[in-house]
Design a protein around this ligand. Structure first.
Ligand code: SF4
Length: 371
């Protein structure tokens, strides 16, 4: 079939990660840079990107990818019309049917082609409304270039409602309010920023490369420009030694910024990172599950925001039950509305503190689990 032949020729490049809240809504993935320009944070070290060198992709490359995604979506729509719906098209997206091989047997270019088709298909059947720009810091691009990408993207897909990206607070702080407004007007609508901690000692210790004041400035400016802002914090990142200041100062920074979403990602020492080595050598002490909960409680007690607090990742506190594992907090992307649901979150933590600590999944248990 002519359409299938053409589908087999179309691919675009995708980076390795996206926030779960973007994966869950099946965003179309458009890679504008490769890897992380910093790769120094001691808890991450760019291992998610295999510590590969940061690269800025050319406008031509990015536009070629957008064109490929557009053509794939047009072909899928044509096939859906021909066969009576996308559920029928789903059965065509099969490695054996496309290449006569199992998924595990595909070569690099076949795999890239297959993943591109799957990404576009999932995106189309979930409404084709959202795009996530990869990789770790799209705001490092010159404003004019990013605006050109956004305009091109919206011309290709006029039905888009949301375009989102990761941004380092440092890069965000370097943008003027006018530049951010320009990006917002061009269609970039939501930013995901790793705050990790609001405490300067913790930030310095983990080599985040940014201060709490820069994060406040960046966050406020993003809000002023009209962005929807998600800030991520990492319970346990200050270890036992800095738990109190980590909790209290994180709440302070969040209160100053008042982001739309506070997303919680518990600290897990990952192999290949400097903090893993420090933990192994005894220089860094992980919090126990109850200590983590007390730290989260301290942060929440001090939190005075009007956004939502989320625990939308499986690494957050969970305990063993007779049937498997149960997560203490709900895992959805909308979380708990503050201030209304703050008492509820505190009650959940108090319930968690009454459970036997031995029932909990410890940070150490998650070291080799995928992110
Ligand atoms: S900026 Fe983000 S991706 Fe880069 S090293 Fe730090 S945490 Fe990792």
């Amino acid at each position: 079939m002519r359409e299938i032949e053409r589908l087999r020729e179309l691919s675009f490049e995708m980076g390795p990660i996206r926030p779960p809240s973007e994966g869950g809504s099946f965003s179309l993935l458009i890679r504008v840079t490769r890897n992380c320009p910093w790769s120094r944070c001691k808890f991450c070290y760019g291992i998610l990107y295999n510590r590969e060198r940061f690269q800025v992709r050319s406008l031509e490359e990015i536009k070629r990818d957008i064109d490929a995604a557009k053509e794939i979506s047009d072909i899928l729509a044509a096939l859906a019309r021909k066969f009576g719906g996308f559920s029928r098209v789903a059965s065509l997206i099969d490695p054996y049917l496309l290449y006569g091989k199992n998924l595990a047997e595909l070569d690099e270019s076949e795999l890239k082609n297959f993943q591109s088709i799957v990404n576009v298909f999932n995106w189309v059947i979930s409404g084709g409304r959202t795009v996530f720009l990869q990789d770790a810091d799209s705001l490092i691009l010159p404003t004019e270039k990013l605006v050109e990408v956004l305009v091109y993207l919206r011309q290709a897909f006029p039905g888009l409602r949301r375009i989102t990206s990761y941004a380092r607070a440092k890069s965000l702080a370097r943008r003027t309010l006018e530049e951010l407004r320009e990006l917002r007007a061009a269609g970039l609508s939501r930013l995901h920023v790793g705050l990790e901690s609001g405490d300067d000692e913790v930030l310095k210790y983990v080599d985040k490369g940014v201060t709490s004041q820069e994060i406040i400035l960046a966050g406020r400016r993003a809000k002023d420009a009209g962005f929807e802002l998600s800030l991520y914090w990492m319970p346990g990142l200050g270890g036992r030694a800095m738990t109190r200041q980590h909790a209290v100062n994180t709440a302070k920074v969040l209160n100053e910024v008042n982001p739309d979403f506070v997303r919680t990602r518990r600290f897990i020492p990952r192999r290949g990172t400097p903090l893993y080595e420090e933990w192994k050598s005894g220089a860094f002490q992980l919090l126990s599950p109850h200590e983590e909960l007390r730290e989260i409680r301290m942060m929440i007690e001090n939190l005075e925001i009007t956004g939502r607090v989320c625990f939308d990742h499986y690494i957050n506190p969970a305990y063993k039950t007779g049937y498997g594992y149960s997560w203490l907090f709900k895992q959805d992307y909308e979380g708990y509305k503050f201030p209304d649901e703050k008492p509820k979150v505190l009650e959940i933590i108090d319930y968690g503190l009454r459970l036997d600590e031995a029932l909990y999944v410890r940070a150490e248990d998650l070291i080799d689990k995928p992110l």
